[in-house]
Design a binder for this molecule. Sequence first.
Ligand SMILES: NC(=O)c1ccc[n+]([C@@H]2O[C@H](COP(=O)([O-])OP(=O)(O)OC[C@H]3O[C@@H](n4cnc5c(N)ncnc54)[C@H](OP(=O)(O)O)[C@@H]3O)[C@@H](O)[C@H]2O)c1
Length: 281
Amino acid sequence: MNILVTGFTGKVGLQVANYLKDQDIPIVCAVRDVEKTKAKFGDAYEYVNLNFSDSSTFDGALENVDRVFLMYPPGEKLQFDTFLKKAKDKEIKHITYLSLKDVQYMPFIHHYKMEKLIKNSQIPYTFVRAGYFMQNLNDFLCKEIKERQRIFVPAGKGKTSFVDTRDLAEISGVSLVNKDKHKNKIYVITGNEALNFFDVAKQMTEVLGVKIEYTNPSVKEFKNYMRKIGEDEGFVNVVVGIHIPTKLGLAKGVKHDYEKLTGKKPTNIKNYIKDYKKNWI
Ligand SMILES: NC(=O)c1ccc[n+]([C@@H]2O[C@H](COP(=O)([O-])OP(=O)(O)OC[C@H]3O[C@@H](n4cnc5c(N)ncnc54)[C@H](OP(=O)(O)O)[C@@H]3O)[C@@H](O)[C@H]2O)c1
């Protein structure tokens, strides 16, 4: 067994790589810039060049692996149809795809199309349909928390089903290692409770010992501020888009697939904040 881990430098891929490495499972980490990644993450991982917008990288990335952890990155001209054809030709035995909770109701988003493409490729799969990542708080929400002690995101009072990417990585890893058991299965992975951002700010305040506020900006306020500080328009629209279902009260569903599969409770937000504390102070 040898597993290609895509999105290695991202919030989920790195955790998948670490989970598999801890189990001594052979992995190859797919990255766009091998030298840059080596400089940041060192030689403990094996790297291969893969850019989903450049099909000339596909053969090399799929060489000597038989399973793939697949994620869909931001970007343009992504050639997943070609990638999946190559994967089939190379006799890839299983793909675990990082998808999105409630994707079945969203035919307009790329994950819906991706799940169809993967099914049509006839490669056995597991779809890990994820709730809202806790790790967004130490990623694109981090700067405002750290510098202005506020969670600045247009999510209204709506609740969302926060999930720790380490839990997503564990389910992804398990499905890749025990591929036959998880063949053509769909798992919805969330934490145990839906929270709004007022709840999260309260928990952060308690753990960090610093008052963190959720300022609940309107979409207009959010966009104006982001433009003012020079954020990319495309990125701002993606952030707004991610939070619309929450604002509309559509993101609060909680599922218990993590507990059913592992026999453990998923990570709660307090433990996540404790583990990542150094990111915000
Ligand atoms: N955020 C959420 O709450 C949430 C919830 C459910 C599902 N999701 C889904 O999760 C996925 C994002 O996962 P993530 O948050 O782990 O990623 P991420 O932290 O946003 O990182 C993006 C990763 O994609 C890689 N990448 C960018 N462009 C690429 C390309 N053209 N070819 C190959 N790799 C490329 C980046 O590598 P480089 O080092 O090369 O830049 C990086 O490793 C998305 O599909 C999103 O819809 C997100």
